[in-house]
Write a protein that binds this ligand. Sequence first.
Ligand code: SF4
Length: 456
Amino acid sequence: MSRAAAPPVDLELVRKHNRPGPRYTSYPTALQFRDDADAQRLVAAASAERGGLSLYFHLPFCESLCWFCGCNKVITTDNSRAEVYLDALMREMDLFPRDVVAGRQVVQLHFGGGTPNFLAPAQILRLGAEIKKRFTFAGDAECSVELDPRFLTRDHVRAFREIGMTRASFGIQDVNPDVQRAVHRVQSDECNEQAFAWLRGEGFESVNVDLIYGLPGQTPESYGRTLARVLAYGPDRFAVFSYAHVPWMVPAQKILEKAQLPDPGDKLAMLKLVIETLTAADYVFIGMDHFARPGDELVRALESRTLQRNFQGYSTRGGTEIRGFGVSSISQTERTYRQNRKSLEQYYDDLAAGRLPVDRGLELSDEDVLRRHIIMRLMCDFRLDFAAVEEIFPVRFAGKFSDSLSALREFAADGLIELTGDSITVTEAGRLFIRNIAMCFDAYAQPGEGRHSKTI
Ligand code: SF4
């Protein structure tokens, strides 16, 4: 794979293949999690594992609602609610059987939200100290935090740095004030510049910026100006998402229908612009929506075929158990997924009763594990060798997946993959359609499934 090549964007092919589909941060996807899952059984499965730990803490509070947002969040300006929540996080950590943790090192820590900097600096220090009391960290653990520059102070940045965070990520979405007003997230240029200056000044090694295309009021011309402005800040990574309009799941998004959403043609023109602009600026297209500078460990993992995918997107740390804490967080072991309660009230009730706050989950079958392997290798390596699958799993690939291979012929005919008798190679053009290509191996996917957003 040539490193900085931009996948060519053929708008006709995008129109043809742009169908709803999962983002495959897990397989099976969260839609398959069962309400009647046995929490104790799911947690017990973790005790058989001895690999590294990846800890995720969901910090759900935000001071103001962005109308496009699909995250699990709680809008409030009352900081005392964070104090109550931190107490609950401590209880949740303490409920976990100690033998599951003994002898295992944390290789990744991530604070997501919501807005982790809703916590006051003293609360950040307290949370960091309580985590370190309970877990042993590897010397090179990767520690990252999501931030909202609108409510960030230098003291927040210092507190996150003090507890070991070295990577930050924040949303800008669009720098155009009209677009910002239309989505109820006004964030000035000065505010973004200040956030970069504080993060760099306090020694953060990597800063990721999230952008969204497809928001009300955006045009290809205005979006070109946004890209130019954000490039000037010099982020290390970009995540550029297609706005997922799913008002049946996120009712606040209905507000955006009153404004002028870009038509599909303009949206595709913006996608083309994003890829061409960022790759011309020497960012490497990782896959899906991610771009990183050459030399970034995501790029090295892409090149060495060690890239992984999990609930936080692309990752470089494989073979870890993901342990989620906090409302709605998702945990993953080798053969299980489990998700915590999604409402604060239920989350608190379970913890008060001494129960793990598990809402639903799934034990993977052998078939799920096989298909997950195939889907994740395609999503991360953009290539699949059938013999390599046969080495790990007791299957004859061509016979077992004859239906999938038939479905892939259309992608091959359109030049999006090269399909031979022993491998699938996704072409540069095909990387844009990786979700659709992976769906050919998804036993649960329904054609045109309406509960997912469109893939582009
Ligand atoms: S700050 Fe982030 S999590 Fe909170 S509403 Fe806005 S986009 Fe969603």
